[in-house]
Ligand binder design. Structure first.
Ligand code: SAM
Length: 264
């Protein structure tokens, strides 16, 4: 049951991220689109609820897309969204654990991995597989985040949460804060682009951004329930409970993007 709640919060967080940071996602998809031709084959690794897959399918009407994830529920959510948008004919889903044996995914013109590379156990092995999945000259766009977005005016509570989340992720073997540019080069890619986006939405927040804050606080509380002080847990509960009506919240998020090309 606890897992279901956590899962539900993650699904909501991913969908709200897409809605609230819409301008950023649009810019990213435009960038990805500029890297490929008219009828590209696109692979979305760790596709989640399909933010990238669906946005790429809309932006690239000639594209065929493969969304890969280990999680059946995510893929089911993605298939529903694809059907609702009338995009099901161009999107196939593949359930696979990308730390295990890979299904046949290539040759791809574009591989996209958003907030998923840090989950995979062995970055060098994964990058070698991605290079082999791309056709010569194909592009790999990787997007990563520095942690959960921030919302509160005073940094103390979110600083303590971020430090604990970092510790938790490190203990779980996750690869946050990697230098993916250096890793791409070491894996035989040509580094074709690298950008950091500092995203900000000012107060007062629109309703979707308030829900994003609320769900983020709730997810942080779940993940850190046995790691934070009782005072901090109560403060997170309060932040979640009041997000809908207080006017001093803002959204601040950092996203890093790298593009590698498989040499022709
Ligand atoms: C933070 S979500 C990002 C989802 C989506 N790319 C986005 O940007 O909204 C990470 C996704 O990676 C998937 N994932 C984690 N480990 C994986 C693995 N070993 N194989 C395949 N997918 C994995 C998770 O199930 C989850 O859907």
């Amino acid at each position: 049951m606890a897992h279901d709640h956590q899962h539900n919060h993650l699904v909501q967080m991913l969908d709200l991220d897409a809605e609230v940071l819409e301008d950023f996602h649009r810019e990213l998809v435009g960038w990805a689109g500029s890297l490929v031709g008219d009828r590209p084959r696109v692979v979305d690794l760790g596709a989640g609820t399909g933010t990238g897959t669906l946005a790429l399918a809309r932006h690239l009407p000639g594209a065929q897309l493969t969304a890969v994830d280990v999680d059946d529920e995510m893929l089911e959510h993605l298939r529903h969204r694809a059907a609702d948008a009338g995009l099901q004919d161009r999107i196939r889903t593949v359930r696979a654990d990308l730390d295990g044996d890979w299904p046949a995914l290539g040759p791809a013109d574009l591989v996209w991995a958003s907030a998923s590379m840090h989950h995979l156990a062995d970055p060098a092995r994964t990058l070698a597989r991605i290079r082999d999945t791309l056709r010569p000259g194909g592009a790999f766009m990787i997007t990563e985040l520095d942690g959960f977005p921030r919302f509160l005016p005073d940094p103390g509570l979110e600083d303590r949460c971020a430090a604990e989340m970092d510790r938790l992720r490190r203990e779980g073997g996750m690869h946050m804060h990697e230098n993916w540019g250096a890793r791409l080069t070491a894996a035989g890619f040509d580094l074709a682009g690298e950008r950091t986006f500092e995203l900000e939405i000012p107060a007062p927040l629109p309703p979707a951004a308030r829900r994003y804050a609320q769900v983020t606080f709730a997810r942080m509380r779940e993940r850190l329930a046995d790691r934070l002080s009782a005072d901090d847990l109560a403060a997170l509960d309060d932040a979640a409970a009041t997000a809908a009506h207080r006017d001093d919240l803002t959204v601040r998020a950092t996203r890093m993007v790298w593009v590698g090309r498989r040499p022709s």
